[in-house]
Structures are given as C-alpha cells and as structure tokens.
Design a protein around this ligand. Structure first.
Ligand code: HEC
Ligand code: HEC
Length: 216
C-alpha cells in the first residue's frame, strides 16, 4: 500500500509538474502575444504631407507604401486574401468557422455560398460581417504569409491584380466597398487604421512618387 502511494506520488510528481509548468508558460505566452498584438495594431495613419520632407523620390515612395502597409497588413484585409481555400477570421486570424472554401468562383462551394450568410451590411445580432458582393480574393491576389514587398509587386502586376492600371488600383483601394468594410467591420473586430480616404491619399501619393516597392 505504502509502495503504491509512493509510486502514485512519483507519477504525480513527474506528470503533474510539467503539465502545470506548460499551463503557466502557455498563459504567459498568450498574455505576451496579446500584448504584442495590441501594440502592433496602429489606429492612426500619417498623411502624405508627413512625408513631404523626404527629398529623395524613391525613399519617399517607399515610406508612403510602408505607411499604407499598416492597412494592407491588417487582419481586416488579410482575412479575405488567403493563400489557400479558406478565408480566416478575427484579429488573430484562425481559419474561418464554419468550414467554408473559395469554390470555383471564389464565392464559396455550391451548398455554402458566402452570400448565404454574409449580407450586404454587417448583421450585428448574429455577428456576421457583411458588404456588397462579399467573397474571397482570387488566389492570384493572395496576401497571407507574404511580405509587404511581395504584395507590392503583385498588386502592381496587371497579370495578378485583375488587369488594373495603377489609377484603377488606386480607385479600388479608395472606393471599393469590400475594402471600405475594413474601417467599419462591426463586432469586436479592430478596424483598419485611419480612414479609407486617408489610405486612398497615401496610395495616390505613392503612385505619384513612382510606386516604389520595398525589397521582397
Ligand atoms: C470580404 C472579402 C474582402 C475583404 C475584407 C477585402 N478584400 Fe480586397 N479583394 C477581395 C476580392 C473578392 C477581390 C477581387 C475583386 C476584383 O478583382 O474586382 C479583392 C481585390 C483587392 C485588390 C485588387 C488587387 C490585388 O492584387 O489584390 C486590392 C488592392 C484589395 N483587394 C485591397 C484590399 C484592402 C486594402 C482591404 C482591407 C482594407 C481588402 N482588400 C479587404 C475581397 C476582399
Ligand atoms: C454558414 C455561414 C457562413 C458562410 C457560408 C460563410 N461565412 Fe464568413 N463568417 C460567418 C460568420 C458567422 C462569421 C463571423 C465569425 C467571427 O468572426 O467570429 C464570418 C466571418 C468571416 C470573415 C471574418 C472577417 C474578419 O476580419 O473577422 C471573413 C473574411 C469571411 N467570413 C469570409 C467568408 C467568405 C469569403 C465566404 C465564402 C467563401 C464565407 N465567409 C462564407 C459565416 C459564414
């Protein structure tokens, strides 16, 4: 009996302590991650005037794009520009639940169309975000896991950006309702930084200064 108790004690000693330790470190890690996420989500955008002092045109263009990148890299945009078949959701971007896939036309599988759940506006009672023509960006326009330099090159490339000129690219960024949803996402989602108008102004100034891309 005593031996059994000792064995049990031994078992608990080895099995429980690492578990507790893992539990504590997980909590610590998650807290640290949450703190970092909170810090890395900027809420304001600088204006093109803030960059006017950069004399070198290329340097100015790069600085303007880095500022616009705060929007491009926000979860509000990234969730809908996935590399694989599934969009992601929320500020920490786990895969979309319920399980939905882009399907043949980026509007969902036949029985799980995006528009079945996503209306033309946010639906607060069910917490479902919405905007006109809600669907996932085509694979050619995937952004997740890519650097700002890689995204910059692909959004300028007509073969990958939906045959858009730079002027049309600006128009899309400044006026498209799916892009605009990023600043009015509803629920507890963090809006994209600044406003869509400020973002549009940065993109316009970036194009005017030569649309330079950071190294990939
Ligand atoms: C609900 C999904 C959704 C959200 C949210 C979304 N997009 Fe998109 N995005 C799309 C779809 C779909 C297309 C393709 C539409 C087309 O080509 O007309 C697209 C295309 C684009 C393009 C065209 C060029 C390219 O290569 O990607 C840009 C630029 C873009 N989105 C920017 C943004 C930005 C910036 C945000 C966040 C503020 C955003 N999107 C949020 C779905 C979304
Ligand atoms: C069966 C219902 C349903 C279908 C179909 C559906 N969704 Fe959703 N979607 C939801 C719900 C509910 C949420 C809110 C969940 C959350 O954010 O916690 C959501 C959230 C999202 C978000 C998260 C936005 C953000 O930034 O947090 C994106 C992006 C999205 N859906 C894209 C799509 C796309 C693209 C399709 C079609 C391929 C689609 N959904 C199909 C129910 C659905």
């Amino acid at each position: 009996m005593a031996q059994y108790a000792r064995q049990l004690e031994f078992f608990q000693g080895t099995a429980m302590r690492p578990m507790t330790w893992i539990g504590c470190s997980l909590v610590a890690l998650l807290t640290a991650a949450a703190a970092m996420a909170a810090q890395s989500v900027p809420s304001v955008l600088k204006s093109p005037a803030d960059f006017a002092g950069i004399a070198d045109r290329n340097e100015r263009s790069l600085a303007l794009f880095a500022e616009a990148g705060k929007v491009i890299e926000s979860p509000r945009c990234q969730n809908c520009h996935p590399v694989g078949a599934r969009p992601s959701r929320g500020d920490d971007m786990p895969p979309h639940l319920p399980l939905v896939v882009r399907g043949a036309d980026d509007n969902g599988a036949i029985a799980m169309r995006c528009a079945t759940c996503h209306q033309v506006a946010n639906f607060a009672p069910a917490g479902v975000p919405g905007a006109p023509k809600w669907h996932v960006a085509p694979v050619a326009m995937a952004w997740q896991g890519r650097s700002l330099g890689q995204i910059c090159e692909q959004i300028k490339d007509p073969a990958r950006n939906g045959q858009r000129t730079l002027a049309q690219l600006h128009d899309h960024m400044a006026h498209d309702p799916l892009v605009g949803w990023g600043w009015h996402p509803g629920g507890a989602r963090t809006p994209a930084p600044g406003t869509q108008a400020e973002f549009g102004a940065l993109i316009a100034a970036w194009i005017q200064s030569g649309a330079a891309c950071p190294a990939p």
